[in-house]
Design a binder for this molecule. Sequence first.
Ligand code: SF4
Ligand code: SF4
Length: 381
Amino acid sequence: MPSVFIGRCHSYDEEEVERGVREAVLALGGIGRFVRPGQRVLIKPNLLLFKPPETAINTHPAVVRAVATLVQEAGARAVIADSPGGGTGFNAAALRRLYRITGMDEVARTTGAGLNLDCEALEVPFPEGGTVRRLDVMRPAAAADTIINLPKLKTHGLLRFTGAVKNLFGLVPGRIKLGYHTKLRDTERFSGMLLDIVLWARPVLTIMDAIVAMEGEGPSAGRPRQLGLLIAGEDATAVDLAALDIIRLDPQTVPTVRVAVHRGLTTGRSADLEVVGLPLAEARVADFDVPMTGSPEVLLTPPGIRRWLEQQFVARPRASDRCTGCGICAQNCPVEAISLRSGHAYMDLRRCIRCYCCHELCPQHAIELRRSALARLLARV
Ligand code: SF4
Ligand code: SF4
């Protein structure tokens, strides 16, 4: 199994983070193993929402800055790129705003890295894909010589966990992401597509920002949780496995891992990882809060009846009193299941495919994910 580095990093102090990132990269063989002079290196942080670093929604700029510094030092050209969540914000004006709010423009100013403003989508063939044979990706991803993946450790309504594998979904530009939710309603097929993106992008290095993670109602409405860790490796699935072990979440309940195991991309066992740096046992936290919005017992059923069970037992979105009627959820619902009435959002649960894009994107964190009483009872049992 591939190596994963785990290191302590207690704060986002720029010097401390740079030390931590240098230590991680050195432990994995040095930046020269991953980047060559003259290459165009796409750095892919998680920039889910137009929110500042202290919200713990996006990859912290101190981590991006440290990686961009190493890439530039190696004589390569770093370009920071992401497409924010849902269909919003993938045009040059919105990206400028995103970079300003998330601290990326300061990273670019201090390191010399570029900020992507190219919003063109390319359809690329991927005949070896396990779920999809063609992918829609942002042009700079296709044009890059190599990709460095900088996810944030967070919980996730649909997939329970978002880390290295899920982060690369941001290479799919703008509203095209909604089309993938519509086409791939089954959680395992959606996870299969995410793995196809990883296999297509072949990121040479993943460094996960687990300094302040997000627990609870992630990936945007949860609580920041200090873990004080950087987790790095060449293999995105291995980095995710290490992160899951640290937060004590059973990998078998995470669809991206289950599909990766099924495809033979990983054993799904953190015990098979070769861990350098901090041992897993010393990094583990016992009480990381992962809500039961998805349903492991549903995910373990045969596909034929899974869809029906998902409709019955997987959490349902509902707009709370915090809803201001802004309409962002309705604009980003891939199946048009949300309507606005008297300044409040209502979900048509017969149409809803439980993708939780609305929960992810609501700026008021107004969308609650509720499981039925029967589902809660079954989960306890
Ligand atoms: S639920 Fe959130 S995103 Fe939807 S209309 Fe209300 S405030 Fe806006
Ligand atoms: S209502 Fe929310 S969870 Fe349901 S399909 Fe629409 S965006 Fe997805």
